[in-house]
Design a protein around this ligand. Structure first.
Ligand SMILES: *Cc1c(COP(=O)(O)O)cnc(C)c1O
Length: 237
């Protein structure tokens, strides 16, 4: 496929997704400017990434190594880490990621603040919550987060804790995800009311290709979209 064709496929996909986001905002009385689209490029060829970076400047990667490599090549893009972070990859992650969505334990947060102090960086973080309670999912359980909340707020001098993230269970009907997104929004409100050290949970990272419409209607400020942006392109080997 010629480069110009790749650009036009991606451009059409992006604008179709963006229109659905904007329509969901209108339906739910929200300002479309309050919803940003994180283009998830974990399965994307480098040529697709550079094509999309011509007109989009917020990308998400799952693995710290790939994020670091791509961030070095496209530093003008805002790179978010959305996948699980191992403690031994913390240094790499906070050096290259603008925001990390996947803080799933106090232990990880403790490691991050130590490394961040050493690097003189104040990383921007979201806490991942397992709202549906599936045993296979990463993230804080809501009650675990409630009980650790005071302790977490105390880290806010060393790390900017800006919101919550979740992944809904896989389902054929996107409407099934809605209750989980609504629950994340309620949990955010509850924790914000109790927050100390002026922690403000303004970001809600929720919604992927299959379920971003209900996520936006339930208050998402960051939607993480991968496959929908790159559909119609040849498969990556
Ligand atoms: C891959 C991934 C996405 C994007 O998934 P799509 O269904 O391809 O849109 C979003 N969030 C996380 C955490 C992911 O790993």
């Amino acid at each position: 496929m010629a480069d110009s064709e790749i650009v036009s496929v991606i451009q059409a996909n992006l604008s179709a997704v963006r229109q659905q986001i904007d329509a969901a905002c209108v339906r739910s009385g929200r300002n479309p400017d309050d919803v940003r689209l994180v283009a998830v490029s974990k399965y994307a060829h480098w040529t697709w990434v550079t094509a999309l970076a011509e007109f989009h400047s917020l990308f998400g990667e799952n693995r710290p190594q790939q994020l670091a490599e791509r961030q070095a090549l496209l530093p003008q893009v805002e790179w978010h880490l959305i996948g699980q972070l191992q403690r031994n990859k913390v240094r790499l992650a906070i050096q290259h990621a603008h925001t990390i969505h996947s803080i799933d334990s106090v232990r990880l947060l403790e490691r991050i603040v130590v490394v961040a102090a050493d690097l003189n960086i104040r990383p921007r973080l979201l806490l991942e919550v397992n709202v549906s309670g599936e045993s296979t999912k990463a993230g804080f359980h809501p009650d675990e987060l409630r009980s650790a909340w005071n302790q977490i707020c105390r880290f806010s001098g060393q790390a900017e804790i800006v919101g919550l993230m979740t992944m809904a269970p896989e389902a054929d009907d996107p409407e099934e995800a809605r209750i989980h997104f609504a629950a994340l929004n309620r949990l955010r409100n509850e924790l914000s009311d109790l927050a100390v050290n002026s922690v403000t949970l303004s970001e809600l990272s929720m919604g992927m290709s299959g379920d971003f419409v209900p996520a936006v209607e339930e208050g998402a400020t960051l939607v993480r979209i991968g496959s929908r942006l790159f559909e119609g392109l040849p498969r990556v080997e």
